[in-house]
Write a protein that binds this ligand. Structure first.
Ligand code: ZN
Length: 378
């Protein structure tokens, strides 16, 4: 697995067409989508340096020869820091953004900036996500963090409409999975408070290897029998396909996932406990699969985007979609780039089907709205 691998775009004209095409995105992180130049400028305005972490991902102290060595001095350096997931922890890397998401004004502004950027990419429907547990260090409660973010999303949609770009954005509230069980429950309660007011689902995100899905079963149980949907990052970061599949299975079995983020080995026929066919389970329950080819490639979880076998998933009748994950954190990572990759591999019809699936699998649209959107844009 080649970490830092990027895609080759040989047909720039086609990429431009895909950038123009109306699109839907179901898996994008608010704090992973603000361009490094913008984030860097926030810190400059505060006259505060961005510092590399004191400890690595495993909690070991990092030795720096001087304080100067810790300073991230340009947007390019910031991108390199963000990209180095094997050395630095996810909360540290995203912390460069979330440190600014601590006041009502900043939460609104960041959410608005994000929506305007999505609209600029001609995304007509998006479900964006973030974890409110990282925005309570300035004294805000988690429900308030969700409330101000929703306000910012609405401001972004209003402003986009004034610019002639219609976009609908819903919110998925994530639990950063390293959180204690009780904190996870609080996140779920904050999400439930704003269900029907823009929040459409609860998610489990962040570092998968040491925090399996069942750790937050209690939080997910809070949503059982409510209108809130559930999606889970599972089957992305584990060392073996078996472990990845195990997490996908646990997410479905114990957290009642309606969506799986990543699910890298899903196309393989795999029998849990010798009898349950995981792929069949995904299909039978109408679980949506949120694939993120360029993210997986760049972080080194796959050797090539064809490892995801999205064509086989489509043929098997799985509701599979293509998404960007954290488009600001690596080069050529937008939704258009991801769809470009899908088209190169599987052809135009399959690419369009993958994007139509994002409308069909939307948590925040009624059947009537889905039908209208499919008729209007596809
Ligand atoms: Zn993700």
């Amino acid at each position: 697995m080649a970490e830092g691998a990027t895609i080759t775009v040989s047909n720039l004209e086609r990429l431009a067409q895909l950038q123009e095409m109306p699109k839907a995105e179901l898996h994008v992180h608010l704090d992973g989508s603000i361009p490094a130049e913008i984030v860097f400028s926030w810190w400059q305005k505060l006259s505060k340096p961005i510092l590399l972490p004191e400890k690595d991902r495993d909690g070991n102290l990092i030795v720096y020869s001087s304080y100067q060595d810790r300073i991230v001095s340009s947007p390019e350096e910031l991108k390199r820091y963000w990209a180095n997931w094997t050395k630095y922890s996810i909360p540290d890397r995203f912390g460069v953004v979330t440190e600014h998401m601590q006041t009502p004004e900043n939460l609104r502004n960041i959410a608005k900036t994000h929506v305007l950027d999505l609209a600029e990419q001609n995304i007509v429907y998006a479900e964006t996500r973030f974890a409110p547990q990282y925005s309570i260090f300035g004294g805000l409660s988690m429900p308030d963090v969700v409330k101000y973010t929703l306000q910012g999303l609405q401001q972004g949609m209003d402003e986009a409409r004034q610019n002639g770009k219609d976009i609908l954005v819903k919110l998925i509230v994530c639990i950063g999975r390293e959180a204690k069980e009780d904190v996870g429950v609080q996140v779920a309660k904050a999400a439930l408070e704003y269900q029907g007011m823009g929040v459409v689902a609860l998610d489990l995100a962040c570092y998968e290897p040491t925090f399996p899905p069942e750790r937050h079963a209690r939080a997910f149980q809070e949503t059982f029998g409510t209108g809130l949907k559930r999606t889970v990052h599972a089957g992305e970061m584990m060392k073996t396909s078996h472990e990845n599949m195990r997490n996908i299975y646990s997410a479905i079995q114990f957290l009642r996932a309606d969506g799986i983020g990543h699910g890298i080995p899903l196309s393989q026929r795999y029998y849990m406990n010798g009898e349950t066919d995981v792929l069949q389970m995904v299909k039978d329950r109408g679980i949506r699969v949120e694939a993120n080819p360029i993210s997986n490639l760049y972080l080194g979880f796959i050797d090539t985007p064809s490892d995801l076998h999205l064509d086989q998933l489509l043929k098997a009748g799985v509701l599979v979609t293509v998404n960007s994950d954290d488009p600001a954190m690596w080069p050529k990572g937008t939704l258009a780039h991801n769809l470009y990759v899908a088209e190169e591999l599987y052809g135009r019809d399959a690419m369009l089907e993958l994007n139509r699936n994002a409308i069909r699998a939307a948590f925040g649209l009624t059947d009537v709205e889905k039908k209208a959107m499919l008729a209007k844009f596809y």
